[in-house]
Design a protein around this ligand. Structure first.
Ligand code: PEP
Length: 251
C-alpha cells in the first residue's frame, strides 16, 4: 500500500507574526511539486492570522496541543472545538515536551485524542522512549505501553483517522537522530502492534512519521525506510530554506 508522505513543521514557541508570515511566503514560493502533505504547527496565537493571509493550497495548518476538556473554566487552555472553529485541521497530541514539562499522562492524551476526533481534527499522536529506556533496550516495551494506554482502545474507524509520530525523546532537539535502522525497527514494531489489535490492512494504512533531529542532511535516508512516512520536524522547520530542503528529500 502506498502512503502519501508528510513533512510537518513543529515551530514550538518560536517565530513572531512577522517572521511566521515571511516563512509562509518563502516556503509557499519554494514548493516545487506536490510530492507530500506539508503541515505547519505555529503557536495558537498565530494560526488564525496565518491561515487568513495564506492564499496557497499546499500548506496545511495545525495546532501544537489541545485541551482534554470540552470547554469551561480552564484558564489558558484551548479546546479542540475552538481549533476546529477557525479551520484548523490537525493537532499534535502527546509531544514529549508536553509530557515532560506539563505532566501530560497517557490517559490525558487519550482524552485529547477523543476531543480532537470528535471535532474532526486529525491527531498526530507522538510517542517515543527516553534515553534510559533505549539504553536498557526497553524501547519497544515503553512505546507499546504508550500505544496501549492512549491509542489502542479506539475503534478501527477512529484509528484510521490518526497519524502517529515516533519521536525518541533522546533525539528531540539534541542533534542526535535515530539511525534509519532504529527508526525502521520501531515503526515496523508499531505497525505490528496495530495489526495485532486491528488488522494488517489498517496497520498498512496508518502514516507513521519520524521526529528527532531530522534535518536536510539525514532526511533522505530516514524517509527512504519502508515504514517511515515522512517527518515531524522541530528545529529544522524554523528556517524556510531548511524546511524546503527536507521536503525536497521526499522521493
Ligand atoms: C519535535 O519537536 O517534534 C522535534 C522533532 O524536534 P527536533 O526536530 O528539533 O529534534
Amino acid at each position: 500500500m502506498s502512503r502519501r508522505k508528510i513533512v510537518a513543521g513543529n515551530w514550538k514557541m518560536n517565530l513572531d507574526l512577522t517572521e511566521a508570515a515571511e516563512w509562509l511566503a518563502e516556503v509557499d514560493a519554494g514548493l516545487q511539486s506536490d510530492n507530500c502533505d506539508v503541515l505547519v504547527f505555529p503557536s495558537f496565537i498565530l494560526i488564525g492570522d496565518l491561515m487568513d493571509m495564506y492564499e496557497g493550497e499546499q500548506i496545511l495548518f495545525g495546532a501544537q496541543n489541545c485541551s482534554n476538556k470540552e470547554s469551561g473554566a480552564f484558564t489558558g487552555e484551548v479546546s479542540a472545538a475552538q481549533l476546529a472553529s477557525v479551520g484548523v485541521e490537525y493537532v499534535i497530541i502527546g509531544h514529549s515536551e508536553r509530557r515532560d514539562h506539563f505532566g501530560e499522562t497517557n490517559q490525558m492524551l487519550k482524552e485529547k485524542i477523543q476531543r480532537a476526533l470528535k471535532n474532526e481534527l486529525t491527531p498526530i499522536f507522538c510517542c517515543g522512549e527516553p534515553f534510559e529506556m533505549r539504553n536498557e533496550n526497553k524501547q519497544q516495551e515503553f512505546v507499546k505501553q504508550q500505544l496501549e494506554e492512549s491509542l489502542l482502545g479506539f475503534s478501527a474507524a477512529a484509528m484510521a483517522e490518526i497519524i502517529i509520530a515516533y519521536e525518541p525523546v533522546w533525539a528531540i532537539g539534541t542533534g542526535l537522530n535515530a539511525t534509519p535502522e532504529q527508526a525502521q525497527e520501531m515503526h515496523a514494531f508499531m505497525r505490528s502492534q496495530i495489526a495485532a489489535k486491528y488488522s494488517e490492512d489498517l496497520a498498512q494504512q496508518i502514516r507513521i512519521l519520524y521526529g528527532g533531529s531530522c534535518k536536510p542532511d539525514n532526511a533522505k535516508e530516514l524517509f527512504s525506510c519502508a515504514d517511515v512516512d515522512g517527518g515531524l520536524i522541530g528545529g529544522s522547520s524554523l528556517m524556510a530554506k531548511d524546511f524546503l530542503a527536507i521536503i525536497n528529500k521526499i522521493g
